[in-house]
Design a protein around this ligand. Structure first.
Ligand code: MG
Length: 236
């Protein structure tokens, strides 16, 4: 379905696992954590424990790398019944910090597609992302994509209120915005609920806490290649 007959003014993009790979770096760190804790627990136990710890910390610490690092250490102390050594704690903190520095290379077709959207000039391009401000800003800078966007907003949670606030800030109504993202729970469901158009581009790895039911909707299109956005928005 093309959105050409709609009054689309803004195309908003999620960042992690939409513009660049992020989850697989977290998965790698989780595996390395499992290796370090092998004398005490299996990988499965470490993964399960980490998920429970992250979920328990969510309300206080929110999303992001620093929250993940605290959960990594907290879970390790629990898994080892306090036997963890200072060396391993340091190593876990280092692993957490590595997630603030990984290369945010754009995913296939992302850079070319953004360039064509930008050159076309009909749409305002923005980034709407969840996490920690400094980390998200740094990732966008490292990606080399910052120049395509007029605005970036980082929020602690993407719910209906946040989508309404974003539209208000940009001076558009929800049906004048398309949200593009990999997470049905954060990028699609709340955007649909407030009246935005949406483009869902699933990624091959999904964070446990982002898994959710999917359903069809007349304002939703699912794509598998990033460049399909061009056809939907009739960009040559
Ligand atoms: Mg994402």
């Amino acid at each position: 379905m093309r959105l050409t007959d709609k009054e689309i003014k803004v195309v908003a993009f999620d960042a992690d696992d939409t513009l660049w790979d992020c989850q697989s770096w977290f998965d790698d760190v989780e595996r390395e954590c499992g290796e370090l804790l092998k004398p005490w627990a299996t990988q499965e136990e470490v993964t399960k424990g980490l998920f429970a710890t992250e979920r328990g910390n969510m309300e206080l610490l929110g999303y992001g790398t620093k929250a993940f690092t605290i959960s990594l250490v907290e879970n390790a102390v629990k898994m080892t019944h306090g036997e963890i050594t200072g060396d391993i704690v340091l190593r876990l903190i280092e692993l957490g910090k590595s997630l603030l520095r990984f290369p945010t290379n754009p995913l296939p077709e992302v850079k070319e597609t953004l360039k064509r959207l930008y050159d076309d000039g009909r749409y305002r391009l923005v980034v709407f992302t969840k996490g920690e401000l400094l980390d998200q800003e740094s990732k966008l800078k490292r990606s080399g994509l910052a120049g395509f966007f007029e605005y970036m907003e980082t929020v602690s949670n993407k719910g209906m209120d946040e989508y309404v606030a974003l539209c208000e800030h940009l001076g558009v109504s929800p049906n004048e915005m398309v949200m593009v993202g990999n997470s049905f729970r954060s990028d699609i469901a709340p955007a649909l609920a407030v009246g935005c158009f949406t483009i869902h581009i699933p990624y091959h790895v999904v964070w446990e806490l982002e898994k959710s039911e999917e359903y069809p909707h007349e304002h939703l299109q699912k794509i598998s290649a990033f460049s399909e956005i061009l056809d939907i928005l009739s960009v040559k």
